[in-house]
Design a protein around this ligand. Sequence first.
Ligand code: NAD
Ligand code: TDX
Length: 396
Amino acid sequence: MTADRAPAPSGARVGPGSHLLVCGGAGFIGSCFVREILAVRDRTRVTVLDKLTYAGNLANLAAVTNDPEQAARYRFVRGDIADPAIVGPLVAEADAVIDLAAESHVDRSILDPSAFLLTGVLGVHVLLEAVRRESERAMTGERRDADGRRRPAPRFLQVSTDEVYGSIEEGRSAEADPLAPRSPYAAAKAAGDLLVQSYRATYGLDVVITRGANTYGPYQHPEKLIPLFTTNALQDLPLPLYGDGFQRRDWVHVADHAGAIAFVLAHGKSGEVYNVPGGGERTNREIVAELLDVLRKPWTLVRSVPDRPGHDRRYAMDGTRLAALGWRARVQFDEGLEETVAWYRDNEAWWRAARGPEWDDYYSTQYRERFAASVAAPPGPATRTADGGWAPDRDE
Ligand code: NAD
Ligand code: TDX
């Protein structure tokens, strides 16, 4: 039998007029979340706390800062979620904390895991301690608004990932399945996810967790598969496909992922974990063939390069729990991919800036030896034939 503490008193649910602290709000998914929340114009205020690592980019929030009504409800604070002196006062002001701050690229975690652990474990711990303090102040009646009225404890939403389940060859991972992360990135995310659950069980914090699928869309850093291959193809540069390219991912559009986070924040049951699947399961080969089609570029750009160590073969999640709460993904993958590829084609200044000074070092460390050992990728994006060969590429 478990003996979870009751949650701290919770009054007003997060809704119109709330003040949200969005950690990692200058990144890919975080900036989409902020843009979508503020565009509703329902008096919600947002403070973004972001360290502005190589992946953080204030240009992602230009739609907010260029709109006077939205800008008046928005504040940016540059800082580290692992710094208690910055985090404490911001959490004290907030009605809810949404944590999207993370080092997010698996390949970089293989090159050097340390930053992943500092943000993904210690950073999450610092946020939770601040939420715990505010929850205690709410219980004692010390947490009050400017008019002296009692304020409920802040809600904490942790943005976790499908990668915490590890690779799943068949079927779909459900929220109660054991976590089996296999990269330093995924292990740091699993540690953060479990820490959040432990603060619920031990201190009764009002927490919810989302585990999102592979996400794609505008403003994603060009290190990730879809923007990397799109921006390389636009320049007729080779595309480094890891291993045989038959790894499978379930893809969710960033607007759907951000929408699911907002939905769980408002309606999620305290203490619950929610998978956020996308309904767009594809092999990497299928993705690459599709984006080359949109760009009218040839398959001959694709190079088979040595695989990512510990490469997870497949991610797929069961979305029954989130669907029962009333949420549905809206963007069909084929349309979303076409629109995303077109966005990169039309926003060259954005991705050229993201492929800035730091990029060349990273790209060379990550791909130079791989390209040296590469071979032309066998054609056939979709299927392997029964005799182990390759089905013909539909473009060839
Ligand atoms: P991203 O790398 O684009 O953005 C991360 C943001 O966090 C950046 O703005 C960065 O500056 C900021 N940040 C990093 N360390 C920080 C720190 N210590 N303090 C404050 N800010 C810091 O990542 P993303 O793809 O937008 O992912 C956001 C979250 O969603 C992450 O937690 C990631 O694990 C999770 N997630 C991502 C995907 C995906 O496919 N991209 C899927 C599921 C879950
Ligand atoms: O150069 C590449 N070649 C290649 O074949 C890159 C960058 C990727 N790949 C493959 C590896 C994966 O099978 O493409 C697939 C997708 O790779 P990434 O874009 O690096 O994403 P992934 O490793 O699946 O992780 C993503 O989804 C879960 C996000 O980066 C994580 O932040 C999220 O938690």
